[in-house]
Design a protein around this ligand. Sequence first.
Ligand code: HEC
Ligand code: HEC
Length: 340
Amino acid sequence: MKTALLIVLSLGLCALALVDPKEEVDFFVPQGWPKPRYNFENNPLSPEGFELGRSLFYDPILSKDSTVSCASCHLQYTAFAHVDHPTSHGVDSRVGKRNAPGLMNLAWAPYFHWDGGALSLNGQAVNPITHPDEMGSDLATVLSKLKRQKDYASAFKKVFGTEDIKTHHVLKALAQFTVSLVSYNSKYDQMKRKEVQFSEQEKKGYALFQQHCNQCHREPLFTNFEFKANGIGLNLALVDSGRANITGKDKDAFLFRVPTLRNVEYSFPYMHDGRFNKLKEVVGHYAQPADWNFPISSELQKKKYSMNSAQQKDLLAFLKTLTDRGFLFNPNFSYFSLVK
Ligand code: HEC
Ligand code: HEC
């Protein structure tokens, strides 16, 4: 009797193992970082899910005329930001209203987009897929195009257990890739872990950073995820009211989410509208309070500091310590990893 029960039990376990062959992977949280906000229970990471997400990320099939992929606007070598226009550039050469931000450390973000308009990474990709200035497609078309491709059907089956691909499968696979883009190994991180030392100039730059920038671009993610204004002034061509687009409140007018500064050496152009091409220009902006325009958040208003050219160079040297080459050139994140 006992043996029979054991056999039944073990057969049951084998069957379970067959239904769910995928292996889950642990998400790596760098030492000293806060707990990620992303809910991995809703979308457990697996190597197959990551690979499927990566294939989709690099596949123009998601756009209406199969010309634009996620990677067209989110290029690995520029920390998954885009470089060819100040604001993004999608199907039919349409130009959007905003600069594509770099994609990294998204597991820690409480919301997405410059105005915090997207609340979940699992849902975010609907925006670019359907936005007329980005990929200009619709979900039904995307699903039928994917189902027609044998490789996709079998990849979705491996990850989600079905060939009947649904929208949430596509979005979750993309999120498995984008949530895995963790940048934690810059010279700054190595300095913090006491593996390397900063040069004298980098040390001076770090001190300036802590004095002038850290309130908003807070370590270790280099953003406090709040909505602020940094005195660059309104862009009259775009009339983008920022956070107020979402909340409808006057107090949020022209506020934008504080962007991370990790890999900022490469994630040009800068600001929500891509108005600055060079990091030197950005530092120059912060160095000249006399030239700041409305609106300005209180953290900056309080200090009417200026920085001379030697200080600007020091600050720039520090910002470059946030470059993580292991991330920018990680073969596992790259298009070339698809070409087997
Ligand atoms: C035509 C250019 C373009 C394409 C194509 C594009 N994006 Fe974006 N992406 C943007 C822009 C612009 C933003 C900022 C939007 C905003 O602030 O309103 C953005 C924001 C994001 C964000 C939020 C990042 C953050 O820190 O807030 C994620 C995640 C993202 N895109 C992923 C994707 C994925 C996945 C795809 C493919 C399905 C994709 N993008 C395709 C331009 C693009
Ligand atoms: C009041 C908060 C605040 C402070 C203090 C602050 N910033 Fe910013 N920073 C912002 C906001 C908000 C943006 C985005 C503004 C926009 O796009 O309209 C930004 C954007 C940037 C960008 C562009 C990043 C990108 O990817 O586009 C850089 C670089 C930058 N800041 C560096 C600095 C430096 C260096 C300092 C210190 C001298 C500093 N910031 C101080 C709020 C702040």
